[in-house]
Design a protein around this ligand. Structure first.
Ligand code: BG6
Length: 460
């Protein structure tokens, strides 16, 4: 038996987001998700929309107690911009402030460090009507909102995040049609990507200039890009996928600069966003203190077999094809590849190429369809989830042993929650939720996780 010990003070916990858990229309302006569900309910799994979520708004005390019992010393939530602020007047909503205060205080009283994310895919609809992050005016309003959060909660919250997976609204909203405003237009997409990087830097600037004493970072979904073979064309294809899907955010937010190779490709396709020198200086000067890394599965690519039509809309796949590697291990209940070593490769990459920036795993987990089939004696016996998390933690531990500056592990997610277009299709939690009664029932994995966090180690 091998024992894997984690560094003292390691963060153990899980992550969630406002839209996916709060679940009430009270005191809230519409977000793009409310609007999209109104417009096209059939695009959402089983026709379940954003109000039928886990009711954290009313049940947060019970949930925090369960977190404590699950051995959490930290938990990531997000604040909903549309709940906190009136989208016409910019006025703060008192009931929302009270709610977030009670959640933050409840976490702190239970010795659970609140990690607070400002934006998890939930653009207020009125801001989307003004162009969303295509508009610099909306970027400014986002900075105002962030400042309001710092003023209201910054005395107690010491870990802030500007965005969760900012590439997802770009991919989904402007390339691949799985996120509002679901249009196909790479030029506009790259403008949104640039403006999001700018918003990140401007919020960090505001945080630092106002002398707050916490840390501020961003959460990126990093999927290592592996080539089909060592053949030059395959390797090049993997490098380009890495440029688009990882480095397009990772480089500017940690190093203050875009990779030149990415800039060259965008120039070639006339996709360079509009910017000023001042924007570039801000991005250059205000980089993140720490990085949250969401890791679910790797990306496998190969060189393209055919040359795409240059007149068709631009997709990053202009430069590579996705590759279904024979024999790869798949999650049979979700369809994603399971490759625990990916977590090690990410951490070693951050160590070697990103000045060993402080990072933590901000999401990792195993989605399972129709998980009720695994109920035994009234409890979901999710041994597959224990195996999944364990195998990833072992590789993470190896990276830490080799010097990676990783300070924590958060699982996605605490309790089963509503997941955008997939609604409740894939369950990820330590705690299952009956979506009709909102009753919580713990799963087997929760007991195991408690032992790991309590001992700060695991055995294999
Ligand atoms: C993550 C997102 O990438 O994936 C979460 O940050 C999301 O918001 C999670 O819920 C799981 O996605 P899915 O589609 O498997 O339910």
């Amino acid at each position: 038996m091998t024992k894997y010990v984690f560094p003292e003070g390691f963060w153990w916990g899980s992550a969630a987001s406002a839209t996916q858990t709060e679940g009430t229309k009270l005191f809230k302006d519409e977000t793009i998700w409310d609007k999209w569900f109104e417009e096209e309910p059939n695009r959402f799994f089983d026709g379940v929309g954003p109000y039928q979520t886990s009711d954290f708004y009313h049940k947060f005390e019970e949930d925090i107690k369960l977190m404590k019992e699950t051995g959490h010393n930290s938990f990531r939530l997000s604040i909903s911009w549309a709940r906190l602020m009136d989208q016409d007047t910019n006025e703060v909503n008192d009931e929302a402030v009270q709610f977030y205060n009670r959640v933050i205080n409840g976490l702190k009283e239970n010795h659970i460090e609140p990690f607070v994310n400002l934006y998890h895919f939930d653009m207020p609809f009125k801001k989307q009507q003004q162009g969303g992050f295509e508009s610099l005016e909306v970027v400014d309003r986002y900075v105002d909102y962030a400042m309001t959060c710092f003023e209201l909660f910054g005395d107690r919250v010491k870990y802030w995040f500007t965005f969760n997976e900012p590439i997802v609204p770009v991919e989904g909203g402007y390339l691949y049609d799985f996120h509002y405003p679901n249009i196909i237009d790479a030029k506009r997409g790259f403008q949104v990507a640039f403006n999001t990087v700018l918003a990140n830097a401007q919020v960090i600037k505001a945080y630092k200039e106002n002398g707050y004493d916490g840390k501020i970072g961003i959460i990126l979904n990093l999927s290592p890009s592996y080539p089909r073979s060592e053949n030059e064309a395959d390797v090049k294809a993997a490098e380009i996928a890495d440029l688009f899907f990882n480095r397009s955010f990772l480089d500017p937010v940690t190093k203050g600069q875009y990779p030149q190779d990415l800039v060259d490709i965008l120039k070639k396709h006339e996709l360079v966003p509009t910017y000023t020198e001042e924007h570039l200086n801000t991005i250059n000067q205000y980089t993140v203190d720490l990085l949250g890394v969401n890791y679910y599965q790797p990306r496998r690519v190969k060189a393209r077999d055919t040359v795409p039509n240059p007149n068709s809309p631009f997709f990053p796949e202009y430069y590579f094809d996705n590759y279904e590697m024979p024999g790869r291990k798949m999650n049979p209940y979700r369809g994603w590849e399971i490759y625990p070593k990916g977590i090690y490769d990410i951490m070693i990459n951050l160590k070697e190429n990103y000045h060993n920036i402080e990072s933590f795993i901000s999401e990792n987990g195993m989605g399972v369809e129709n998980e009720a089939r695994f109920i035994e004696d009234g409890q979901i016996n999710d041994t597959y989830r224990i195996d999944f998390v364990k195998s990833h933690l072992i590789w993470l531990n190896k990276a830490i042993e080799e010097g990676a500056n990783c300070t924590g592990y958060h699982m996605w997610t605490f309790m089963d929650n509503w997941s955008w277009m997939n609604a409740y299709k894939n369950r990820y939690g330590f705690v299952s939720v009956d979506i009709d009664t909102m009753k919580r029932t713990i799963k087997q994995s929760r007991k195991w996780f408690k032992e790991v966090s309590a001992s700060n180690s695991l055995n294999d």
